[in-house]
Design a protein around this ligand. Structure first.
Ligand SMILES: Cc1ncc(COP(=O)(O)O)c(C=O)c1O
Length: 419
């Protein structure tokens, strides 16, 4: 039967990443595409220990419904950890502002649902986290973008864009400015402290606009070659910035638990809308994370991950240098899970000869085009490589296959192998 799908349902498009993720777990090729975490380091023993001590104690609570906001003791930990990271007094983050969600993705969705009507403007970086572009498309948002460089979002370009929008009389349409400002997915770049301060000052200077700033800090804890930087949220004093974090990347995506600190005016709308979605994310998962932190296992685990990802990232960059120096360009990231690579002059899109050759040679990457809202004018020669889920051997082999594919396509040769 053919159903009369709603406008929203019709606007929703399949995420290209779903295909790439499926290939990544199917095991017959090396996926440098999937943004999964390192499987071998997932702390099964620590979690099993937590679960048995949890069931010996407060186990029933984890099997019961919880609250929409989430487990109080975990929210307390979130505010303690965030205030510590940002050098603030813990009481500067009222507990009511802290909310748990089913991954930070759910909070991205809820905030967009609350803020954006079809035709409203959302500003993102270019490139940006492509799953969020799908959320914006479903919401019917008009997505405008601002380029980045090695210091993150180019604030002077944002200022020009906001000025132009104001001049056109569309200031009230600007609803969200979205920035993933720590080791961004896909570029690996972070927003420098100077730029954070400039951005906070800029936002204060546009009186005709009241956009929500979403600071997506998904990769903040996965820093391996840099010190921590104060959040934009703390510089802004939490007035117009919603800070989104997640336990997926530094701990376990399977537990799908994100956290956020919301500006005061959004606490009630988020509570109501999340109440409509699910009246609370899986409480059991929140208890497991709470226990893992209580046992002192979380920080040890994050330290271990930092060392591991530093090594994997180093190996990926070394392999790129070995095979593609002079042919490709990239900036070595200081955290996160991705290396953003440019192959000047070579189309990397999913219909391109390069992509097809890579599939034939048994290696996958994410075509960079997906990370841009304005695809016609986006650069066509970028790709995202992930070092998260692949082993050292796969990194070396995968980059080798990628280089071979580039060489074959560039020289017009169609050779290759299927592993
Ligand atoms: C930048 C960014 N934000 C948010 C998410 C969502 O993560 P989760 O929903 O697992 O917390 C991801 C996942 O890859 C991401 O890369």
């Amino acid at each position: 039967m053919e159903f009369a799908i709603s406008r929203r349902g019709r606007l929703a498009q399949p995420q290209p990443i779903s295909y790439l993720m499926a290939q990544g777990v199917s095991g017959d090729c090396i996926s440098l595409a999937a943004g999964l975490v390192d499987a071998g380091s997932l702390p099964t023993e620590g979690v099993a220990g937590c679960m048995s001590s949890f069931f010996a104690g407060r186990g029933r609570a984890g099997l019961q419904y919880g609250t929409t906001e989430g487990l109080v003791s975990l929210r307390e930990k979130v505010r303690k950890r965030l205030s510590h990271a940002d050098g603030l007094d813990v009481d500067s983050i009222p507990l009511e502002r802290v909310m748990l969600s089913t991954g930070s993705q759910q909070m991205l969705y809820i905030l967009t649902e609350i803020m954006v009507d079809p035709g409203d403007i959302v500003i993102t970086a270019a490139p940006t986290y492509f799953v969020y572009l799908g959320t914006l498309e479903t919401a019917g948002a008009q997505v405008l973008s601002v380029p980045i460089d090695e210091q993150g979002l180019r604030v002077e370009e944002l200022a020009k864009l906001l000025g132009r929008i104001e001049h056109e009389g569309r200031a009230a349409k600007v609803k969200i400015i979205y920035t993933a400002d720590y080791f961004q997915n896909p570029s690996g770049m972070s927003l420098s402290l100077d730029r954070r301060q400039e951005l906070a000052a800029l936002l204060g200077s546009f009186e005709s606009m009241r956009p929500l700033i979403i600071e997506d800090a998904a990769y903040r804890e996965l820093r391996f070659e840099s010190d921590d930087t104060r959040s934009l949220w703390s510089i802004d004093g939490g007035r117009r910035v919603a800070y989104l974090g997640t336990f997926s990347k530094p701990f376990s995506p399977g537990l799908r638990t994100g956290f956020s600190v919301l500006p005061e005016g959004l606490i009630d709308p988020v509570r109501v809308v999340k109440g409509n979605h699910d009246f609370g994310s899986a409480g059991f998962n929140q208890h497991v994370i709470d226990c893992f932190i209580d046992e002192g296992l979380y920080d040890v685990h994050v330290e271990k991950l930092r060392a591991l990802y530093a090594e994997k990232c180093g190996l990926m960059c070394k392999s790129l240098t070995q095979h593609l120096e002079g042919r490709a360009e990239w900036v070595r990231p200081k955290g996160g899970l991705y290396v953003w690579v440019r192959i000047p002059g070579l189309d990397t899109g999913m219909d391109s000869p390069l992509f097809k050759r890579c599939v034939a040679n048994g290696v996958l990457y994410v075509p960079g085009i997906f990370a841009y809202s304005d695809r016609p004018s986006a650069p066509k020669d970028m790709m995202r490589l992930s070092f998260g889920p692949v082993s050292s051997e796969e990194i070396v082999e995968g980059v080798g296959r990628l280089a071979m594919s580039i060489e074959q396509v560039s020289s017009g040769c169609s050779g290759g192998f299927r592993p």
